[in-house]
Design a protein around this ligand. Structure first.
Ligand code: ZN
Length: 174
């Protein structure tokens, strides 16, 4: 039988997989847990605080996060949904799929997240500031949205060359 998750590796802009909408998870099994483990490893290797499944080429609604970098604070969130979003603040964000790019993004500062864990059990968390920001950034990935879609005119100018280099790099690798 063909494995459910193949070719798990970080995908950089402008890989088209980053623009697709991910589908909900219905099977909570060892393969899903194994994918989450691989994503934790890739996130740690790249010193990221969050990584969504589409960023490793898997179009399912799951992301992992670890805001402190300590192994015990890593968490996998499946079929996440944001609720009670409030507040607004602009802060700099980067993205493992956009190396070298940093963009000021306006996000809500408070939110509640419902999701399922790796066993399929329903969970709920409340988050503020960085945590709420990571949720919003990673949920964007599950809907094919990148921070590029949220940047203002000055970042558009500042990132132009780096984006062109990423686009060229993608073309020549293919
Ligand atoms: Zn990202």
């Amino acid at each position: 039988m063909k494995p459910r998750f193949e070719d798990v590796r970080i995908r950089h802009y402008p890989d088209p997989v980053l623009r697709k909408k991910a589908v909900g998870v219905t099977q909570f099994d060892a393969e899903l847990a194994d994918l989450a483990d691989q994503m934790f490893a890739i996130m740690a290797e790249n010193k990221g605080v969050g990584l969504a499944a589409p960023q490793v080429g898997q179009l399912i609604r799951m992301f992992v996060m670890n805001p402190t970098g300590e192994p015990e604070s890593g968490i996998a969130l499946i079929n996440p949904e944001l609720h009670d979003v409030s507040g607004a603040e602009e802060a700099e964000e980067g993205c493992l799929s956009l190396p070298g790019i940093h963009i000021q993004v306006r996000r809500a500062t408070e939110a509640r997240l419902t999701f399922q864990d790796l066993t399929g059990a329903a969970q709920e968390l409340e988050g503020v500031d960085l945590i709420a920001r990571i949720w919003q950034h990673e949920l964007d990935h599950l809907n094919g949205v990148l921070i590029l879609d949220r940047m203002g005119p000055s970042d558009r100018i500042a990132t132009r060359k780096t984006l062109q280099a990423l686009e060229e790099g993608y073309r020549t690798r293919k």
